[in-house]
Design a protein around this ligand. Structure first.
Ligand SMILES: *Cc1c(COP(=O)(O)O)cnc(C)c1O
Length: 236
């Protein structure tokens, strides 16, 4: 069916924000408990700017080099930048302090390096731990069973603040098939909170992308990372 509704970045941002609000409502969660992170990898400055004018306030980048060329174009004030991609240890020095939140801490060594570099810079870096929630052999992230112990091992690092968990479930065509994985991540966060570690509070669950963010919200997501539904299909 041909749609007469304008298909622009602005209209897509508004539509995603509206769907976020209704999913939160369905789940009986107050609006404002779910934040949209626009995944901007490969997206140009002009399109990002259009998205920001339409109401995006958190931008998520995957690649350090790309992020470092984009961040200075926007004033940090109106937007937050999050790092959502795989982070190599040797790049940590250039990202500490540039991002309000790093979603993708996937090894104890990476956490330690962030802690060390943040300490050198006299800063505290907020991070999430990435969990390989489907136990997929090729995917980055901590195995679910290991996370409670990993968190207690990292809790003593004084220059990182562990704010929660992030996951990318195994890809499926049907968004509802991701639900058990989202639920599992949410339960894992509750288990960790029950450990009552000093300085660890599971405030954030980063889960849900373009085709399943509404399901993720129903299962407790506080941060959804959406690219394609806002900027269209990526060509690179
Ligand atoms: C690209 C990306 C997203 C967004 O994916 P879409 O399917 O385009 O919404 C979310 N999270 C991460 C880590 C990504 O790399």
């Amino acid at each position: 069916m041909e749609s007469l509704i304008q298909d622009t970045i602005e209209s897509r941002v508004q539509s995603v924000l509206a769907k976020i609000r209704s999913a939160a409502e369905r789940a009986g969660r107050p609006t404002g408990t779910v934040r949209l992170v626009a995944a901007t990898k490969t997206v140009g400055i002009e399109q990002i700017a259009e998205g920001v004018r339409a109401g995006l306030s958190i931008l998520g980048e995957n690649r350090v080099q790309e992020a470092l060329t984009k961040i200075p174009v926007f004033n940090r004030g109106p937007v937050q930048w999050h790092f959502i991609g795989q982070l190599q240890r040797r790049k940590v020095r250039s990202v500490v302090g540039m991002f309000d939140l790093i979603h993708s801490v996937d090894s104890p060594e990476l956490a330690q390096e962030i802690d060390r570099r943040a300490g050198d810079a006299g800063q505290q870096q907020d991070v999430l731990l990435e969990v390989n929630i489907g136990n997929e052999p090729t995917k980055a992230g901590f195995l679910p069973d290991d996370v409670p112990q990993i968190v207690s091992g990292l809790a003593s690092l004084s220059h990182i603040c562990i704010k929660g968990l992030m996951a990318i479930p195994p890809p499926t065509a049907d968004p509802d098939s991701a639900r058990p994985y989202f639920r599992k991540l949410s339960e894992l966060a509750k288990m960790i909170d029950a450990q009552h570690l000093p300085s660890v509070k599971m405030e954030e669950l980063s889960m849900g992308m373009s085709n399943d963010y509404e399901v993720a919200i129903e299962e407790g997501a506080t941060l959804v990372r959406v690219g394609t539904a806002i900027f269209g299909a990526r060509h690179v």
